[in-house]
Each structure stands twice: as C-alpha cells, then as structure tokens.
Design a protein around this ligand. Sequence first.
Ligand SMILES: C[S@@+](CC[C@H](N)C(=O)[O-])C[C@H]1O[C@@H](n2cnc3c(N)ncnc32)[C@H](O)[C@@H]1O
Length: 209
Amino acid sequence: MRRRRWPGAKYVTSGSAHDLKTFPGENRDQHSYRSWLTELLTEAYRASTEHAVSMVFSDWRQEPTTSDALQMAGWTRQGTIPWIKPASRPRKGGFKQSAEFITWGVKGTLDNNRDIYLPGHFTASQPRKDRVHITQKPLEIMQQLVRICPEDGVVLDPFTGSGSTGVAALLEGRRFVGVELSPHYADIAEQRLRAELTQDDFALAGPEA
Ligand SMILES: C[S@@+](CC[C@H](N)C(=O)[O-])C[C@H]1O[C@@H](n2cnc3c(N)ncnc32)[C@H](O)[C@@H]1O
C-alpha cells in the first residue's frame, strides 16, 4: 500500500500550523523504499573513497529497513545514533516517539589515523525561528555530523532540502555538493549557502558562482 499522508501531517507538531511548502518523495511503502534506498546507497558507495561514511536519517518505523538497505549497498554498519527531540508531542496511553535515528556505516573501515571523537547521541529541537523547511535539521547536530568528513573531503547531501547539511559543511570548513528536486527548496538552499560563502570562496569558484 502506498503511503498517502502529506509530509506536513507527519512532521508538523499538532497546533503548529504554518505554511511551509510540502516536498516530494515521501510516498514509498517499505518494499519500494528499501529497493530505492539500496540503489541510491549503492551508487553513493561506488562514488565514495575508502573510509567514507554514510549517514541516513529515519524514524523508528523506517530504521530497520534503512539499516538493511545500507548494508545491502555494501556499507559496513557502525550503529544508530539517536537524536532526541524534547519538544515532541506526548502520546496518550504510551511512550512518546521523541527520537529520530541516524543509521551510519563506513566504506571499508573507519580511518584510525584521525584524532576525532564524536558524540553517540544528540538532544536538540528542530529550528523554530526562521524555519524554512518542514524537516529542517538543527545546525548544531549537522555541524557535528559533517566533522566525520576529512577536512579535504567533500560532503554530499542528495536530499538537500533547505541546505542545512551544506551550511554545516561550510561552517566546518568542508566542501559541499547538494542535490534537491524541488525548485522551491533548491532556491532556499542556494540562498542559505551563498550567505555562508566568503569573498575568498567566490574567488575560488570563479565568476559563475
Ligand atoms: C527530509 S528533506 C531534507 C531536509 C534537509 N535536511 C533540511 O535540513 O532542510 C528531503 C528533501 O529531499 C528532496 N527530494 C525528494 N526526492 C528527491 C530526489 N529524488 N532527488 C533530490 N531531492 C529529492 C525533497 O524535496 C526534500 O526537500
């Protein structure tokens, strides 16, 4: 059965009505989500260098499928990082679903020569002020995540949305490649990324930037 819910119905906390634009690609059932994600992560694996890390956000429902797809694509699974959202809605009669999950894997093995130590969980609320995307990720989390990429590496986000991964990458001194299907969100991401670029970056990128 296809999932028909508008993304806003899933992501917007009740009572916080707003006019953020919806986005495509959220209507796959478990079967097709697994095939699609496996294909995508297989291509990402092919394009990545040894020790590269892949990270995929999901909710509790999609996490097992995400973990399957990651491994089917060749990545060596390293774990699942919980992102606790304190402001999540209460659940009558049960435990509230207050977390998203970041399933991560590596191409080959982690690079033991790097002297970095990153957190095993995060607690952060979704941005409220100046929020421009329904599922906009907190910069404080994204800045920690992109640090897994070596400083001379490139961070790829094939689902850029409003560009939070890219902004975090630039703030952390990493290069960034983003892909976004929705022209509305591609424009927003471009504006946010341009706001982070310095004169030196523009000089490096040339007159087309
Ligand atoms: C979960 S949102 C990403 C939100 C982003 N992390 C942020 O902080 O704003 C996923 C995005 O992927 C885009 N998308 C969906 N299908 C896509 C596709 N096939 N190729 C590129 N982008 C796609 C959607 O338009 C949506 O903006």
